[in-house]
Design a protein around this ligand. Structure first.
Ligand SMILES: NC(=O)c1ccc[n+]([C@@H]2O[C@H](COP(=O)([O-])OP(=O)(O)OC[C@H]3O[C@@H](n4cnc5c(N)ncnc54)[C@H](O)[C@@H]3O)[C@@H](O)[C@H]2O)c1
Length: 424
């Protein structure tokens, strides 16, 4: 179907639309900042005539972003940023409401990429990307779209790393805004969102009790900090693994045990990777693990756990025990349990981040789309930070929505902070 512009959706079942609408409305209650932006977009129409492709997890929060973009005047096409993260009822609701939607939970790799290309048939001016798969597809296969592109916005750490690598190699063909790096995004979404929803995914998939278990968290970045903090809150003993000495030190001083993965492998009951890196759990770690150890990933790609290796050393093919729970049996009878095929477990087995935190991430996305529409002619082929006034505005709106007021600098304090003469 790729290349056909008359195809407006490819989803599981349009009959799920009503259920999707109800869940989208429920999420909207927790997204007051996006609601305010939507109201201002309805008045000012900053995206009039702008075509946007959003390649993000197709969740209730994403639907609220899509309605906001439409309120601003945009035409939007939506595809999934992960083959297992789509909520089929949400995809149905969006399709029924006239969006182009190409996403089916559990789609294979070929379908995943075909869906990206079908979304790209909209000939976007802006791409909202989550992991840079669309930006990469445009640079590789759809270069005819480059002249029409104002730029892209990037939702996640892994995508920003890929964009910076493209910039470094001198191949980035349009401006990109690193939405992930906004403080109102990664301080909250990556930490509190991933922290809570990763445990939610593990619990929904397995229904295990965390209290008394040993949880090994690989990576003490924004996501890892959130996962470690929440696992400890549920009564688990938490071990952190790191390669960065500063982050490792932070974990030690936050009260966690820190050690290499191969040592932690002997102790852990549950392993969660959140590094953005490859093969963080590998052969020697599987071999060191206890019988029945559970491994899951919260990082963007399914590359963090070396499942090809696990498959190689397994003596019996994997067996599905429950949805998203598969067991591998090694030599000697040891069992290793893998959740969600090593894909981001919070989106595979749970519903992704709670709406309240996506409110800020997607507020940044919506405002950055308006910024690109307005300012693109002044931008170069570089990776840009989210403008500081957008970041501050999102925080201000969120505080207001939460009913929290803060102090303001007095003129005396402003002067003091600008001066250097006064000391003790
Ligand atoms: N599941 C989700 O919903 C979700 C949400 C946000 C981000 N992410 C993804 O999660 C990943 C981590 O994001 P982040 O914002 O925490 O990134 P980050 O850069 O803040 O943290 C990653 C950490 O992993 C460490 N690390 C790298 N290689 C390692 C290794 N081999 N062993 C141990 N530690 C290692 C790094 O030193 C760093 O401290 C990325 O892939 C990101 O795209 C997922």
């Amino acid at each position: 179907m790729a290349g056909r512009t008359d195809v407006t959706y490819d989803i599981r079942d349009i009959g799920l639309a009503e259920a999707g609408r109800r869940r989208i409305a429920w999420a909207a209650r927790e997204m007051p900042v996006l609601r305010l932006i939507r109201e201002s977009f309805e008045r000012d129409r900053p995206l009039d005539g702008v075509r946007i492709v959003a390649c993000v997890h197709v969740t209730t929060e994403t639907a609220n972003l899509a309605y906001t973009l439409r309120a601003g005047g945009a035409e939007a096409a939506i595809c999934a940023s992960n083959p297992l993260s789509t909520q089929d009822d949400v995809a149905a609701a969006l399709a029924a409401d006239g969006f182009r939607v190409f996403a089916i939970k559990g789609e294979d790799n070929d379908t995943y990429y075909r869906h990206i290309h079908q979304a790209l048939d909209l000939k976007p001016n802006i791409v909202i990307d989550d992991g840079a798969d669309v930006v990469t597809a445009i640079h590789r296969d759809r270069r005819e779209l480059i002249p029409g592109l104002y730029g892209s916005t990037e939702e996640t750490t892994t995508g920003v790393i890929r964009l910076r690598a493209m910039e470094q190699d001198g191949v980035l063909a349009f401006p990109a805004i690193a939405v992930n790096d906004a403080e109102t995004k990664h301080f909250f979404d990556n930490r509190y969102g991933t922290g809570q929803s990763t445990l939610d995914g593990i619990i929904r998939a397995t229904n295990i009790l965390l209290a008394g278990k040993t949880v090994v968290v690989a990576g003490y970045g924004w996501c890892g900090k959130g996962i470690a903090m929440r696992a400890r809150g549920m009564g688990a003993t938490v071990i952190v693994t790191e390669i960065n000495p500063v982050r490792a030190l932070e974990a030690v001083m936050d009260g966690f045990r820190v050690m290499p993965m191969v040592e932690a492998a002997r102790l852990g009951d549950i392993f969660v990777t959140a590094t953005g890196n490859i093969n963080v759990i590998d052969r020697e770690d599987f071999e060191a693990m206890k019988d029945g150890a559970i491994v899951a990933n919260a990082g963007h790609f399914n590359a963090e756990i070396n499942l090809t290796m696990l498959d190689d050393i397994a003596v019996e093919g994997r067996e599905e025990l429950r949805p998203f729970v598969e067991e591998y049996r090694l030599q000697g009878g040891k069992r290793i349990v893998v959740l969600g095929e090593g894909r981001l477990i919070n989106l595979v087995a749970a519903e992704g981040h709670p709406a309240s935190v996506m409110d800020m991430s997607f507020a940044n996305q919506a405002l950055c789309c308006a910024y690109l529409a307005r300012e693109h002619s002044k931008l170069e082929k570089r990776v840009y930070a989210v403008p500081a006034d957008i970041d501050a505005e999102v925080a201000r709106l969120k505080l207001t929505a939460m009913g929290v007021t803060i102090d303001r600098l007095t003129p005396e304090q402003e002067k003091y902070l600008r001066s250097w003469q006064s000391g003790t």
